[in-house]
Write a protein of this length. Structure first.
Length: 453
């Protein structure tokens, strides 16, 4: 219940106490999808087909989650800046309007999915054999999107107050429940793919309930109080949240197009290649999501001290964030060399899929270490209230390099070339984001610390 002092001059201690729980929370968050996929892949007789179906739903689930980041990661830096400026009423208004926006978006997203599930699934790569399972999973998952979007979005405001341990607990509650409920609904109740979706929704509801209770407790620094919606405040939140939203939502677009390209160039093995991609993406999330915990989990200390005009703390925090990202990506690169096959074996025992998945994981990891700079610098600029740079850098990586490689490379080198789009985009974006950050970062700080110059 004790909030961190975000203005503490012992910067490394503060960053670690923010980052470690955030990394653990994001790692646990990955377990939602990985545990689902492991259990689904081991369903008797239909495992590989069902796993491909869940893979088709994965980008839609990511797209749904991205709306939580639009409001959560968008408003949290503004919230922390207000705390740094000692404007608690302003922070309270941001939190209240965030809740309104999250609920509104969740209801709209649910309605859209139910109205357009058929074209969505076929666009996302569903085949005749996978459509039925994919439909079951998607409709149940979408029915619980109010819980997932609201809990993930509001949890950002818990961490932004310095309650890093509580933020981790929110995710932990859902993950533990999901791990426990998956085998019950899938195998004991024999609900198969539908059971995996039901287990996920129940788990998300528990996280949602925990977040609301904590934010309403008297001991919470900034409590959640219902206010009349203010479109100006919501507009500011959305403006800053566009960057993380586009990063998340374009992940969905990339996976959609990737699945379609794999299906088109894979011929009779199209579903098998989607299964391979699903497993590879699951491993890569073990890299990207904890690293997102580092880069976004540390945002409160940057935003708070930006509001409080503590330049030296911001500079030192950013150095520590970059170092942590580099250490983590180097570690995961080593893990991919030795643990790829055991990881893949959790999902499937089909030899051909195992072999291709291990190869795909190692290809994806080629650009993992350079990717550290993209995450640290893009999220650092967002924390400083500079979404325009973050948006451009993110879109260059995803929609220009990544998407271009997915569409062009298979025309010349076949279906396997799709997997090389990831390292190509990661290495390019590392160079570009580093150059932009080194130019923009000192200018932004100078303007904030010395507004007259």
């Amino acid at each position: 219940m004790k909030a961190l002092d975000l203005g503490n001059p012992k910067v490394l201690s503060t960053v670690l106490r923010l980052v470690i729980p955030a990394m653990i929370a994001q790692f646990i968050n990955v377990l939602y999808s990985i545990v689902d996929r492991i259990y689904v892949g081991n369903i008797a007789q239909i495992g590989d087909t069902a796993l491909a179906a869940v893979g088709v739903c994965a980008p839609i689930a990511t797209l749904i989650s991205s709306f939580a980041f639009l409001i959560g990661t968008g408003g949290a830096p503004l919230f922390s800046m207000a705390l740094g400026e000692k404007k608690e009423d302003k922070a309270s208004a941001i939190l209240s309007n965030a809740l309104t926006a999250l609920i509104g978006l969740a209801l709209i997203v649910t309605a859209v999915v139910f109205l357009f599930e058929n074209p969505l699934l076929h666009t996302f790569g569903a085949s005749e054999s996978t459509y039925g399972y994919a439909r079951q999973y998607l409709l149940i998952y979408a029915a619980g999107s109010l819980f997932s979007i609201t809990s993930v979005g509001l949890n950002q405001y818990i961490t932004a107050q310095g309650y890093s341990g509580i933020g981790m607990a929110t995710t932990l509650i859902g993950a533990v429940a999901n791990i426990a409920l998956d085998p019950l609904f899938i195998f004991v109740f024999r609900m198969n793919v539908a059971g995996a979706a039901v287990a996920t929704v129940i788990s998300q509801f528990l996280s949602f309930l925990f977040v609301l209770i904590f934010l309403r407790m008297k001991g919470t620094k900034i409590r959640l109080v219902l206010r009349k919606p203010d479109l100006r405040v919501i507009g500011k939140i959305v403006r800053l949240g566009i960057s993380p939203f586009l990063i998340m939502s374009t992940d969905s677009v990339i996976i959609i197009i990737s699945n379609a390209v794999l299906q088109a160039h894979g011929g009779a093995d199209g579903d098998a290649w989607i299964t391979v991609s699903t497993v590879v993406q699951a491993f890569f999330q073990l890299l990207t999501m904890p690293m997102l915990g580092i880069s976004t989990g540390s945002q409160p200390v940057i935003s708070y001290n930006y509001g409080a005009k503590n330049e030296q703390i911001i500079r030192r925090a950013e150095k520590y964030i970059v170092c942590m990202c580099l250490i983590f990506t180097a570690f995961m690169t080593l893990v991919s060399l030795f643990a790829a096959k055991p990881f893949v074996s959790l999902f499937t025992g089909t030899p051909d899929i195992v072999e291709k998945s291990v190869w795909g994981i190692r290809v994806f990891m080629i650009g993992a270490i350079p990717l550290s700079f993209q995450y640290a610098f893009v999220d650092g600029l967002t924390a400083l209230g500079q979404p325009q740079y973050a948006i451009v850098l993110s879109m260059m990586r995803k929609l220009v390099v990544f998407l271009g490689c997915i569409l062009i490379l298979p025309l010349f080198y076949g279906v396997q070339a799709v997997f090389y789009a990831e390292p190509a985009a990661d290495i390019f974006s590392a160079v570009l984001s580093s150059c932009v950050f080194l130019i923009v970062f000192p200018r932004v700080l100078k303007k904030r610390m010395h507004p007259g110059f």
